[in-house]
Write a protein that binds this ligand. Structure first.
Ligand SMILES: Nc1nc2c(ncn2[C@@H]2O[C@H](COP(=O)(O)OP(=O)(O)OP(=O)(O)O)[C@@H](O)[C@H]2O)c(=O)[nH]1
Length: 490
């Protein structure tokens, strides 16, 4: 089995066989049901098959595809035209498609024809310019070689209109069906009923022979509102399919001598049919493409808004993190510490649990700065902060830089004994860094710690706890530094 993605990546042998068969069938189908007994082509669809293939693969293997459809064109035409005429007309068909494709490429139309701008570029390149150029040549061939006595301009116009409509109807349809739909819509029974009714109406209109019901003429124009509704409800695929079916149906009924536009001369009838099919295309395909573009833009806008919201959320998170972080040490700052202390205080109060605050101060830091310089002092603060953070991470506590060379730690559910052990460990952790301090009696950088433990109640507050911890820190400094002191009960 060839996978869908692989099949549409490059025109492989399977695609080429299918292209040949589809092209051959489309010539036969057109000759069978879209050419009136007077040999007037209402819509010529084979050229759309090659153009859609060239556009779909952006010109990959163009010579091979051209050769295949050229031979299929001659083969299929042989029964209707003599060989030399079939060859010449096939050359003109090929010229028409190639010119349309090159003009489309030059205009920058993208493959899917799903935006109004792309559709307009396609219309100018194919149904207007490419087919007109071919029509002017074909009329000469038909007159000079085929011996057709119809006036030159009439011949050219008939070729032009038939081929232009063929390209206009079938190229967008074939392209729409070679891509998976962007968004599948859920169809309701009402949609299905509407579709069935529209097809019924189309059949009735095509076979009504332009009759009137209660002096109301049953003409194909009745189908225009229906195609607009289909474009609105079902999107490009279904609309192009509907337009194609109606056009082919109309051509078929005309070749079978039904007269959807009443009893009018054949040249006028063909003109009416072509005018009607053109209007059907503009209303149906044009409306579907416009709606599709609007929906695509809406989706693009939605995803862009989503992207921006996500970016904004990330920036907000970053900002929040930045406003809570100390720039020098990278740990929480005083602001965050105050928030945490209030939150933990309330929690401990509600749970009647003890709460511990420890204040830490780097010993003889002024001397360190004076001796080693301010930048070396900054580096010490960073290292001390990391050592303390590693220490509290293990116990699930919270550490912040309180300001200057002071740090603060909050511990939950700690009794006095546990608080003392933890503080001792923090002193040891800083001493273990072994940062030389020539002016300290310990020879290395050390910290002093003051702690206060309390079970919050109505008579105490967080500020009081901090004050007690600060007093204990002062005592630790007095008692020789590099030690931890516990404050008296609050
Ligand atoms: N390098 C550096 N120094 C700072 C920073 N913040 C505060 N300091 C310094 O820290 C020193 C604090 O000195 P003091 O309050 O006298 O205390 P100390 O020298 O540590 O003495 P004790 O606390 O009694 O052990 C001052 O010299 C401040 O300039 C900082 O961000 N970086």
């Amino acid at each position: 089995m060839i996978k869908r993605a692989t099949f549409w990546e490059r025109p492989g042998w399977l695609f080429c066989i299918l292209l040949f068969l589809l092209h051959f069938a489309s010539v036969k189908l057109t000759l069978f049901c879209a050419v009136t007994p007077e040999k007037v082509v209402v819509v010529w669809l084979p050229n759309a098959v090659l153009l859609a293939a060239l556009v779909r693969f952006n010109g990959q293997r163009a010579p091979l595809m051209a050769a295949l459809t050229f031979s299929s064109d001659i083969l299929a035409n042989l029964g209707t035209f003599p060989l030399h005429e079939a060859v010449l007309l096939s050359i003109i068909n090929l010229f028409e498609v190639m010119l349309s494709f090159l003009l489309m490429r030059r205009s920058g139309a993208t493959f899917r024809l799903q935006r109004t701008q792309d559709l307009l570029r396609f219309v100018v390149a194919g149904p207007i310019a490419g087919t007109l150029a071919a029509a002017l040549m074909a009329a000469v061939v038909m007159q000079q070689i085929g011996g057709d006595t119809t006036p030159y301009l009439t011949l050219a116009r008939l070729w032009w209109f038939g081929d232009a409509l063929g390209l206009l109807i079938y190229t967008p349809m074939l392209l729409a069906f070679t891509y998976p739909p962007r968004q599948r819509r859920r169809r309701t029974w009402l949609d299905d009923a509407g579709l069935a009714l529209t097809l019924l109406l189309a059949t009735a209109v095509l076979f009504a022979q332009g009759r009137t019901i209660d002096s109301f003429p049953v003409t194909p124009t009745l189908l225009l509102p229906a195609v607009a509704v289909i474009a609105f409800r079902f999107g490009i695929r279904m609309t192009t399919l509907f337009v194609a079916l109606i056009s082919l149906g109309m051509a078929m009924t005309m070749t079978a001598h039904f007269k959807p536009f009443g009893d009018v001369p054949v040249y006028l009838e063909t003109l009416h049919a072509q005018e009607f099919i053109l209007t059907l295309c503009i209303v149906g395909i044009g409306f579907a493409v416009m709606l599709n573009e609007l929906r695509m833009r809406e989706r693009e806008l939605e995803s862009r808004v989503q992207e921006r919201t996500q970016e904004l959320e990330q920036s907000n998170q970053l900002l929040a993190a930045m406003s809570a972080t100390d720039g020098l040490t990278g740990i929480a700052n005083r602001r965050r510490f105050d928030q945490m202390l209030n939150a933990e205080w309330s929690r401990a109060w509600r749970g009647r649990q003890p709460l511990t605050v420890a204040m830490l101060d780097v010993d003889l830091f002024k001397q360190y700065n004076d001796h080693y310089g301010h930048q070396a002092g900054d580096e010490v603060l960073r290292e001390v902060a990391q050592a303390l953070a590693a220490q509290v991470r293990r116990c699930g506590d919270f550490v912040a830089r309180y300001g200057g060379e002071e740090f603060a730690v909050i511990s939950q559910s700690t009794d006095a004994e546990h608080a003392r052990t933890t503080a001792g460990m923090m002193c040891a952790a800083v001493e273990a860094l072994r940062i030389p301090h020539a002016l300290s009696p310990h020879g290395v950088v050390t910290v002093s710690v003051g702690m206060a433990v309390t079970v919050p109640d109505a008579d105490s507050d967080a500020a009081g706890l901090l004050k007690h911890a600060d007093a204990a820190l002062y005592r630790a400094k007095q008692l020789g530094r590099n030690r931890a002191e516990l404050a008296d009960a609050l």
